[in-house]
Design a protein around this ligand. Structure first.
Ligand code: FMN
Length: 343
């Protein structure tokens, strides 16, 4: 698929996730088959006040390309400033967040709050499109609640304002992450616009990915929670779409190597204390479905140093001889939906 003139391969896209899709995890998902990776959401207000505070959330010079930078905000001027700032960095796309349901974001009129006022949403989109030479995408939800669904209207608005592709997570703001992701909304959006449509929501397996393409006619798919602890899912989806076969899940030794790589990269980037704290949740995700993982999670949650982290990982992953059976994803992420750059 293409977004503007940018080639996105088979359109297998890593979803932006606050507290997750920093440089170390982006690097891994790209290596394991994601065609496009994205920063976590960056506050336009914070970025226009003090880019230095936002530095840890910005694209990294060593990021694999293509990469998209996601911004959120309610003020057209701040959003334009943020888009212009990011366009000077190593970025290929600017993504606007109109889906975040987090209270703090909604209170500022940003994220999913913009779904309640399509005219203001259009002003925000217009200001971003005008401020950057890069293609702009819009990631949004189906509406504020089930009474005010607006997936098609938002997509039409985006297309007429010059947005290059839309990404729909077809839940409402009030649904949060509960209930069902209504893929039929993606199908309706696809029928209503000519720009590429990326479908998102509840893809857990390669078969789900194929079904999303088949049922909705979407041009690309975006995967979030299923990649937590299982970035190999991109590779499995690619193989399944190309051959009809699903490759086996990685061995505990392969999981260990990837987790170790991510931990080391995180330590170099954020320092030992922050990295160890942040990587505990990743270690839990990577250990899901493996024997004695509950005891491993308990131990890892008390680890304070890089060396001890490595030791715990080694004595857990490298002592397992069984292949990994169950999928890592159970729809639960713990409490990590947070961004220090939320402002
Ligand atoms: C921990 C977490 C953090 C998230 N952070 C963001 C974010 O920063 N920006 C965004 O647009 N969506 C964010 N999302 C939503 C995902 O990008 C995605 O739309 C949603 O999880 C549905 O896809 P999935 O069913 O594949 O997980 C987040 C989701 C989770 C679970």
């Amino acid at each position: 698929m293409k977004i503007g003139s940018l080639n996105i391969g088979m359109g297998l896209i890593m979803a932006p996730m606050a507290g997750v899709t920093g440089f170390p995890f982006r690097r891994i998902t790209h290596r394991l088959g994601a065609d496009l990776v994205c920063t976590e959401m960056i506050s336009a207000a914070a970025l226009s006040r003090s880019p230095k505070i936002c530095e840890p959330y910005l694209p990294h010079p060593m990021d694999a390309r293509p990469i998209s930078a996601q911004i959120f905000g309610a003020h057209p001027g701040e959003m334009a400033k943020a888009a212009a700032f990011l366009s000077e960095r190593d970025v290929d796309l600017i993504d606007i967040n109109m889906g975040c349901p987090v209270k703090k974001v909604i209170r500022s009129g940003s994220g999913a709050a913009l779904l309640r006022d399509i005219h203001h949403a259009a002003c925000v989109v217009r200001s971003v499109v005008r401020a950057t030479p890069l293609p702009v995408t819009l990631k949004y939800r189906s509406g504020w609640d089930s009474e005010t669904l607006c997936a098609v209207e938002m997509a039409r608005m985006a297309e007429s304002e010059g947005v290059a592709a839309v990404i729909l997570h077809p839940r409402t703001k009030t649904q949060g992450f509960g209930g069902r992701s209504a893929w039929e909304h993606i199908e309706k959006v696809k029928a209503a616009v000519t720009i590429p449509v990326i479908g998102n929501g509840d893809i857990k397996t390669p078969e789900d990915a194929a079904e999303m393409f088949r049922r909705t006619g979407c041009d690309g798919i975006m995967i979030g929670r299923a990649a937590l602890g299982d970035p190999w899912i991109f590779d499995r989806i690619r193989t399944y779409l190309l051959t009809g076969d699903v490759p086996p899940r990685p061995s505990p030794a392969e999981i260990h190597a990837v987790l170790r790589d991510q931990l080391t990269c995180e330590v170099e980037l954020s320092g030992e204390a922050r990295a160890v704290f942040k990587m505990r949740k990743f270690a839990s995700w990577y250990s899901r479905g493996l024997p004695a993982s509950t005891a491993f999670r308990d131990r890892i949650n008390h680890v304070l140093t890089y060396e001890d982290f490595l030791g715990e990982m080694e004595s857990f992953f490298l002592k397992i001889n069984e292949p990994v059976k169950s999928p890592a994803f159970n729809g639960k992420t713990g409490s990590c939906h947070r961004s220090a750059c939320e402002s």
